[in-house]
Design a protein around this ligand. Structure first.
Ligand code: SIN
Length: 275
């Protein structure tokens, strides 16, 4: 499908609704236009995409290899869709990724991007918020930029997924997924923009400083992400797809919809080693 895309920005630097795309039928030039819009706006929202799970996976694959999440495989049972992570929240158990983060930063080569579909959407609430990590960095005072520019932080799955790993499997998982070291401020490989790359969900500490200074740095950078002026917010509908660039944004799923059910399904594109 090669109709011209209509791009409706949500803010000047972050987020856009994309109109005129059918994800079941994306030709090469439309894919190029989506790729460029993704780099320009970092978060894309595509409504009314009535595609199958296979088509969701196939669309994700056009951007690179898809991740099989070691701590969230089989969320769709034996359906054969291991590339899809389903996140569901029910009245008996509220589930929401309600901490600012980018996906799988505990990997040596964390995710380039995520493509999430709304499957069951509550009548009110359950929005996902996004923060532009380069805009957040840009707004830091110069002395803070100097303080964090050359720092490296350690990211560890145990902080979030450790609770779900049986003690007898922990050693094996630790050996397979050792703590990863990433720059505190990473450079986007395509745009060259520099953005904050620590998060409370997976960053265990900043190297080369004492615990207190590490906490001060992680807190200050989180405060920069929390500024509503660097954020946008997406209201979901069933079959809305949201694609975000994990190298350029952090996200936060609101948990303001209980006792309603909310189900979303994500494919995650593998990325490069941050620098
Ligand atoms: C996620 O963190 O990938 C899920 C976001 C959401 O549930 O909106």
């Amino acid at each position: 499908m090669s109709a011209a895309l209509e791009i409706r920005p949500l803010t000047a630097t972050l987020g856009a609704e994309v109109v005129g795309v059918d994800l079941a039928d994306v030709d090469g030039s439309t894919l190029d236009a989506i790729r460029q819009a993704w780099l320009d706006h970092k978060v894309l929202v595509l409504r009314d995409q009535h595609i199958t799970r296979e088509e969701h996976i196939a669309f994700g694959r056009r951007f690179g290899d898809l991740e099989i999440h070691p701590f969230a495989t089989g969320t769709l049972g034996d359906s054969g869709h291991d590339e899809i992570v389903q996140i569901t929240s029910k009245p008996e158990r509220l589930v929401a990724a309600n901490t600012w983060h980018s996906d799988v930063t505990w990997r040596e080569e964390p995710s380039m991007g995520s493509i999430l579909r709304g499957v069951v959407i509550p009548p009110a609430g359950g929005d996902t918020c996004f923060a532009d990590t380069a805009a957040a960095y840009e707004r830091l005072p110069d002395d803070w930029k100097d303080r964090v520019d050359d720092k490296v932080a350690v990211h560890d799955f145990v902080k979030t997924f450790g609770r779900g790993v049986p003690p007898e499997k922990m050693e094996e998982m630790r050996a397979t997924y050792p703590p990863a070291r990433h720059p505190v401020i990473r450079t986007h490989p395509d745009t060259g923009a520099r953005g904050i790359y620590t998060n409370r969900q997976f960053t265990s500490h900043v190297e080369g400083v004492d615990d207190e200074e590490s906490e001060v740095i992680i807190n200050r950078l989180e405060r920069a992400i929390l500024d509503p002026s660097v954020q946008c917010r997406v209201r979901w509908q069933v079959d809305t797809f949201v694609m975000w660039d994990n190298r350029a944004v952090q996200h936060f799923a609101t948990d303001d919809f209980w006792p309603e059910t909310r189900t979303v399904e994500r494919v995650t594109v593998v990325g490069d080693r941050p620098y």
